[in-house]
Design a protein. Structure first.
Length: 390
């Protein structure tokens, strides 16, 4: 289950909430649905990219206490930038597979209306020797670099963005998210739906939006790009607010456990996590590793890309998804079928868990066997999870 995704700005519907409140709402909802759960859960594992201020201090343990779970339930935080929520799910699954726990709540949270990306610092921000060594550039500029190298036009990336918006709009109208979205009571009302979704988005309506990263490229990072990729000429600046992931607030959790734990709660399993993997690529271009992570995970269970029925590829930027489709041969009609982060937003540390839930719902709705979630992250990494419907 998840909260709605709100604009990650001071005018967003969740801005007056706190990250602790968002996670607590989900834990309390789980406890109401399954009263026996709090006493037997072994761990709460949360992903969060920027773990400082309101998002610091082991938010997982704080949420356990705030939600009035038993004091014996511990909390664990993990971080892999945008992949944090998916890594939390993968960490819980690994512990179950290894017999080190029986039941976990895994997920993530991020409120970009309160914290900024890379606001917690780190060598990629403050260590100039490291920045020079790894040729660090803004992620949006990395997305434009992918588009330039692969030959994706402005029309190509806008077409994918329009498809995401149209699919998300359709999914909300058809009620596809109703079973998983938990309304949040805020000081100004109740938020029950993703705020960023827009109707009637087309390639034509996106065409008038100005490129977002041209100034950063021309004035700040032109020489870095020329040094790192001397074969690349002028960068084709094709990304903008309409074909990049929306800045968002939100939280999500997934209940993961052994079959025995499910029986104890009277629950039937929906899917089994059969493989996970992470991979890494050039930290400058940064956003190209999802295909490698997915391929590694699939290889572990002797599956190919053709064997998978549905994919959730995080729409950090339109070129990230286009690159994944090009490298894997996966068709768009099996990818992000209910829309993605371009349409609904990217609450960084929560998105991986959100995508697991979206994939589960779609696998069940369409009665298909296999699904994959994969995401790019900062510093050139990718994370993937393979699910088999039970």
């Amino acid at each position: 289950m998840r909260t709605p995704r709100a604009r990650g700005k001071p005018n967003g519907g969740l801005h007056l909430c706190t990250p602790l409140q968002l996670v607590t709402v989900l834990l309390e909802t789980l406890a109401r649905k399954h009263p026996a759960l709090p006493a037997i859960v072994d761990e709460v594992i949360l992903g969060c990219c920027e773990q400082f201020n309101d998002q610091g201090g082991n938010l997982a343990r704080s949420a356990v206490l705030q939600a009035a779970f038993p004091e014996h339930v511990p909390g664990l935080m993990v971080s892999r930038f945008c992949g944090s929520g998916l890594d939390a799910v993968n960490a819980a699954a690994a512990k179950v597979m290894a017999g080190q726990l029986d039941l976990a709540i895994a997920g993530g949270v991020e409120m970009l209306s309160l914290v900024s990306i890379f606001g917690s610092g780190g060598p990629m921000v403050t260590d100039f020797a490291f920045r020079d060594q790894t040729a660090q550039i803004p992620q949006g500029l990395a997305a434009d670099l992918i588009a330039t190298r692969q030959g994706y036009s402005r029309t190509d990336v806008d077409a994918l963005a329009a498809t995401s918006q149209q699919r998300a709009c359709h999914a909300w109208k058809e009620g596809w998210f109703e079973s998983s979205v938990v309304p949040v009571v805020t000081p100004t009302g109740i938020l029950a739906k993703d705020e960023i979704v827009r109707e009637n988005v087309t390639v034509e309506s996106l065409a008038g939006l100005p490129p977002a990263f041209a100034r950063a490229g021309d004035e700040g990072y032109r020489h870095v790009l020329r040094f790192r990729y001397p074969e690349v000429g002028a960068i084709n600046y094709v990304h903008h607010a309409g074909n990049s992931s929306g800045i968002a607030d939100g939280a999500a959790v997934v209940l993961i456990g052994s079959r025995q734990a499910g029986e104890q709660l009277g629950l039937q399993p929906r899917a089994r996590i059969i493989a996970t993997a992470s991979a890494a690529d050039d930290p400058c271009i940064m956003l190209t590793a999802p295909a490698a992570a997915a391929e590694k995970a699939l290889r572990r269970v002797k599956l190919t890309f053709d064997d998978v029925d549905l994919y959730e590829v995080n729409e950090a930027f339109a070129s990230v998804v286009l690159y994944f489709l090009e490298k894997t041969g996966v068709p768009l009609d099996r990818t992000n079928v209910a829309g993605g982060a371009i349409a609904m937003g990217h609450p960084v540390g929560a998105t991986g868990a959100i995508l697991v839930g979206t994939l589960l719902d779609e696998m069940q709705r369409r009665q298909v066997a296999h699904g994959v979630v994969t995401m790019c992250t900062g510093l050139g990494m990718g994370v993937a999870t393979v699910l088999r419907r039970v």
